[in-house]
Ligand binder design. Structure first.
Ligand SMILES: NC(=O)c1ccc[n+]([C@@H]2O[C@H](COP(=O)([O-])OP(=O)(O)OC[C@H]3O[C@@H](n4cnc5c(N)ncnc54)[C@H](OP(=O)(O)O)[C@@H]3O)[C@@H](O)[C@H]2O)c1
Length: 281
């Protein structure tokens, strides 16, 4: 990971607003049972934007969270994923970088989990300014060897999640006349990957959904950006045998999100394509 400029440690924020599903109870026992009192205090005088990142427990999502934490004074980060302990660790990193960060445990492909997380985030911060639909999962599989269950799981994690999160958080953006939505696709959402039938289908679906969002939200001040990364260094590549140097750093991808967000609100970047300089894998 690139070295970040060192900063003095800032006040430690309680990270207690995550509400795990039953499978996370083991982790939850070590946390306070109380739900989300707003005990955390931002490190800036005025509260910054609320940025919700799904899939923030590792990889690109964690890099996006750290990048916003470092660059946006007073940013409030809602970090969402299933693995509570990892999420809390990322939230603590973000806090040390100057953000107010909270962990919200949930499965973004499950409607009830998304509804619960949305209720918790709205109760805490009332709104979300930036929604980063990053969570996703990859399983290789040729079309004729892909089971119905595997196909459904890929579509649920990569596409249904985008629909559910957007339904939960875009209405307030539309009402306020401002907001940003980033949807994570992939270069597998731009062209065919013969051994990734379900993943490709889901990521192409993200493109379609994003284009509809853009068309429907444009006149309400909500910007929509679809991101198409190529191979990026993350735990998803562990054990692949591909050398790290062949992959884009997750921090580079994260930086693109930040740069797009920081443009004036008169400009939208509708699509970003990032590839390893040495080409696709
Ligand atoms: N790395 C690449 O080469 C690459 C290239 C193009 C696009 N992408 C896309 O970029 C995104 C992030 O990829 P990555 O490489 O960082 O992957 P990763 O290391 O596998 O991380 C995936 C993240 O998504 C979360 N997640 C997965 N399913 C979830 C679910 N049902 N509910 C909640 N959270 C879920 C995981 O957290 P928990 O396990 O804690 O839930 C984790 O934080 C994905 O959408 C991926 O398709 C990656």
């Amino acid at each position: 990971m690139p070295k970040r400029p060192s900063r003095p440690p800032l006040s430690v924020v309680e990270i207690d607003s995550w509400a795990p599903t039953p499978k996370h109870r083991k982790v939850r026992r070590s946390r306070p049972a109380k739900a989300a009192p707003s005990r955390a205090v931002g490190n800036a005088a005025s509260p910054g934007p609320v940025v919700l990142v799904t899939g923030a427990s590792q990889g690109i999502g964690a890099a996006i969270a750290r990048t916003f934490a470092q660059a946006i004074p007073g940013v409030r980060l809602a970090l969402v994923a299933r693995q509570g302990a990892k999420l809390v660790a990322v939230a603590r990193e973000c806090t040390a970088l100057g953000a107010e960060a909270r962990a919200f445990v949930g499965d973004v492909s499950i409607e009830a989990d998304v509804a619960r997380v949305a209720a918790e985030v709205h109760a805490l911060w009332r709104r979300v300014d930036v929604l980063v639909n990053n969570a996703g999962s990859f399983r290789p599989g040729r079309l004729l060897e892909t089971s119905v269950e595997a196909f459904d799981a890929l579509v649920a994690a990569n596409l249904r999640s985008v629909f559910l999160l957007t339904r939960a958080f875009a209405p307030a953006m539309v009402q306020h006349g401002a907001g940003d939505i980033f949807n994570m696709s992939s270069i597998a959402g731009l062209g065919p990957y013969p051994t990734s039938a379900g993943y490709c289908a889901a990521k192409f679906g993200v493109t379609g959904l994003s284009k509809v969002m853009r068309a429907e939200f444009r006149d309400h001040g909500v910007r929509v950006c679809t991101v198409y990364p190529g191979a990026t260094l993350s735990p998803a590549w562990e054990g692949s045998g591909v050398p790290d140097e062949r992959l884009m750093p997750a921090e580079d991808v994260a930086r693109a999100f930040l740069d797009v967000y920081r443009l004036t609100r008169r400009t939208v970047v509708e699509e970003i394509v990032l590839r390893p300089q040495a080409g696709d894998l």
